[in-house]
Design a protein around this ligand. Structure first.
Ligand code: GCO
Ligand code: CA
Length: 261
């Protein structure tokens, strides 16, 4: 039987794939044979990431642009398609978070988070889908969150965007399934990355809370996401469309338990 998880010859575009979860997923795809195209808005971070991928023997190229700027993004996607022939896999990973109580949040901050975390994935999906539709083949993976399902103090814009990203996933799956494009999402639980660093520090009660709230009893490691990314990028998931796979150590399965148990 052929290897359903093989990505040899596929080109995977990973937005913000320079660190943390994006890097771990990109590395997973590369280990399954994919060529990487990585975007960032920060040249130094991108350079560092590309050298890292190349040091591992992976084929990786970087492009600097902001996924919220639809004009520039269109030019860059065209350039990428010229240089790398085609984009087979898109991972909408780039995202930001602002932890501010809802009452105090400036509208401009709310808009910024929606722009990066929700409008950016829409822009990139629309651009990349155009040639996927012609080829009748493509995989789009949106990086959702626990906050696609649950609220929590101080993350109102992020939760609104990630809830929206879940529905963007379902809607694009609905519209593009007829072109053999699968649009799915990955919903990471709480992972040890630079993004969660401020809430993970020792002595922060949130650290203890997350460990006790997670049936697996630990923060996720970025590598825990690679398998799901490979699965959703490969033929192994060919009849899965519009789903969000939560990689959360069991958080969404449980109501939790009293803190003294
Ligand atoms: C927070 C965290 C989360 C995680 C993750 C959870 O402040 O609650 O940063 O938002 O980043 O997305 O799934
Ligand atoms: Ca970040």
């Amino acid at each position: 039987m052929k290897n359903l998880f093989d990505l040899t010859g596929k080109v995977a575009l990973v937005t913000g794939g320079t660190h943390g979860l994006g890097l771990a997923m990109a590395e997973g795809l590369a280990s399954a044979g994919a060529e990487l195209v990585v975007t960032s808005t920060t040249p130094s971070k991108l350079e560092e990431a590309i050298s890292y991928y190349q040091s591992k023997g992976y084929k990786a190229t970087g492009y600097i642009f902001d996924v919220t700027d639809e004009k520039i993004a269109a030019e860059k996607v065209a350039e990428i398609e010229t240089n790398h022939k085609q984009i087979d896999i898109l991972i909408n990973n780039a995202g930001i978070i602002k932890r501010i109580p809802a009452l105090e949040m400036e509208v401009s901050d709310f808009r910024k988070v929606i722009d990066v975390d929700l409008t950016g994935p829409f822009i990139m999906s629309q651009l990349v889908a155009k040639s996927m539709i012609v080829r009748k083949s493509g995989k789009i993976i949106n990086i959702c969150s626990m906050m696609s399902e649950l609220g929590r103090d101080n993350v109102v814009a992020y939760a609104s965007a990630k809830g929206g990203l879940k529905m963007l996933t379902k809607n694009l799956a609905t519209e593009w399934a007829k072109y053999n494009i699968q649009v799915n999402g990955i919903g990471p639980g709480y992972f040890a990355t630079s993004q969660t660093e401020p809430i993970r520090v020792d002595g922060n009660p949130f650290n203890e809370f997350i460990i006790s709230r997670t049936p697996e009893g630990r923060w996720g490691n970025p590598e825990d996401l690679a398998g799901t990314a490979i699965f959703l990028a490969s033929e192994a998931s060919q009849f899965i469309n519009g789903q969000i796979i939560y990689v959360d150590g069991g958080i969404l399965a449980t109501i939790g338990k009293p803190s003294n148990e």
